[in-house]
Design a protein around this ligand. Sequence first.
Ligand code: FES
Ligand code: FES
Length: 182
Amino acid sequence: MPRLSAKDEHRVTITLNGRPVSGMAEPRMTLSDFLRHRIGATGTHVGCEHGVCGACTVQIDGGLARSCLALAVQTDGCDVRTVEGLSPDGGATLAILQEEFRNHHGLQCGFCTPGFLMTLDALFRDQPDASEEQVREMLSGHLCRCTGYAPIMKAALAAQKRLREAGAAAAPTDMPQEDAHA
Ligand code: FES
Ligand code: FES
């Protein structure tokens, strides 16, 4: 790992939600501060700033990470996905997860919401058939001061059902077309 001068700023280039972005960061700048203050991607929220609340959760190279604990310079060259990347069309419409949070009142102030969404997005991508217990366990790493968690669970399970249905509808069938109608 290269040694970086602590008093200098260094260029950090990441792929953010599929688009290359670049900015300067001191070696001790966190990824959350880099995203918010250098890139202007303020969808990622910062609560506790020490890895407890989960509000700042993002995906780095497909894995979940607390962006308040990751240094921006460590992510140089990485693929970073944030809540801004969930919408299927750049923000014009909501993703299924976001729709179900709205439908089930899974948020009030919304401060914790980006973190919940990023964790659920990764969980349902990697484990579409995750049990309710597994969903609860994943969400246990997130704090919400408003909702009491029940609406968040309802929203998560409703989104999982829709995502599974959408996945099944999109899945290619092995069966030859004529056999499918036999
Ligand atoms: Fe990162 Fe709370 S702000 S875990
Ligand atoms: Fe306010 Fe979760 S909706 S903290």
